[in-house]
Design a protein around this ligand. Sequence first.
Ligand code: ZN
Length: 376
Amino acid sequence: MRGAWKIGSIAGIAVQVHWTFLILLAWVALAYGAEGGPAAALRGALLISLLFATVVAHELGHALAARRFGVRTLDITLLPIGGVARLERFPEGAVPGLVIALAGPLVSGVIATVLLGGALLLEGPLVLLPGPGTPLLVQLGLANLLLCLFNLLPAFPMDGGRALRAALVAFVGPLMATRYAAAVGRVMAAMFGVVGLMSNPFLVLIALFVWLQGAAEEQAALVRHALRGRTVADALVRDVRVLAADALVGDAAHDLQHGLQQEFPVLVDGRLAGVVGQADLVRALAAGRGDAPVAEVMRRDVAPLPLGLPLSRAYERLQLAAAAELRSLPVVDQGELVGLLGLDTVTSLMAVEAAAAVARPRAGRDPLDAAALRAA
Ligand SMILES: [Zn+2]
C-alpha cells in the first residue's frame, strides 16, 4: 500500500502503518492534552497505541485462520479507521469463509473479556463506569468490546458481512451470496454515513470504505463467475519470444518496439530463470545500461503460473503483477516454460463472456458460435 511504512513482522507477516495513522495519534494526543495537559496527552497517545496493538492482534486472528486454509496474508496495515489484513484471496467456501471472518472479532472479544473480566474481579463493577478515572486497561477492554461488536455488523466487506456472505454461499452459491451481502453492505454503509455525518467523522470514512470496497469485491465475484471452469491453458499465448540470459538490454528493447510482447521470459539452459518487462528495460536504458546482459536487470522473484491453475486465480496474480509493472506472467507445465498469460487477454475474454451472457437470452444462441453467426 502506498504511503505505508513497515514497522515489523509477526508470524512472517509484514505489519505496516499508514502515515495517516500518525494524524489520528496526534489528534487524540492534542484532544487529551487540551483537557488535561501533557500527562493526559501522553495517556491518549498510549491508549491509541495499545488499541492499535490489539487491532493488529485482531487482524492476526484473520491471517492465522486464513493460513489454516492455505491462504497467505500479504500484509497487515494500520489505518486510522482500523486494520486491514490483505489476504492473497478470500476462500469461496462457506466453512473457511465463516472461520476466517469470525476469527478477528473472536480475538477482540477474548481481549475484551480478559481485560474487563480482570478489572471486575479486582476492582468490582464500579470500575466499568465511564469517567475521568477509568483505568487505561478498562478503556482498552471497552474499545475491544466495541471493536468486536461493530465488526460483527453485516456491512460487507466488514467481518460480519463476510460471515453473512459465507453463510449464504451454502444456499445460493458464491456469486449471488456476494451480491446479496454487498447489497446489505450498501444499506449499512448508507446508515453509517448518515449517523457519521451527525456524530463521528470516522464513521463517514468507514461508510466510504464499505461502499467502495464492497463494490470492488462484488466486481471481483463477477470476474470469478465469468472465468469459472477455465484454466490458464484457455488463454495462454504459446508463441512467445524468449531471451537468453546474455542477450543485451538494447536488443531486448528493440524486440519491444517491433512486437506486441512487453514481457520476456529469460531462459538459462532451457529453464525459466526470470522475467524482464518493459519497465525494467526502460529503466536500464535510462541508466545507460543498454550493453548490460538482461540477466542483470531481470526479475528473479516472479513465480510462474501453472498451466492448470484456475483462470480466476491467475487473474488475481496478474492484477498483483500489474501493480508491479508486469502485464503478463510466464506459464509453466511440469517445470517447462510453455508461454505467457497476459492481463489484457484475460480482460478481453471476460468482456466476450459478459457480452455472451447478455446476448444469449436475447438471441437464444451462443454469439461465440461463428457458424451460427454466419447462418444468421
Ligand atoms: Zn476483522
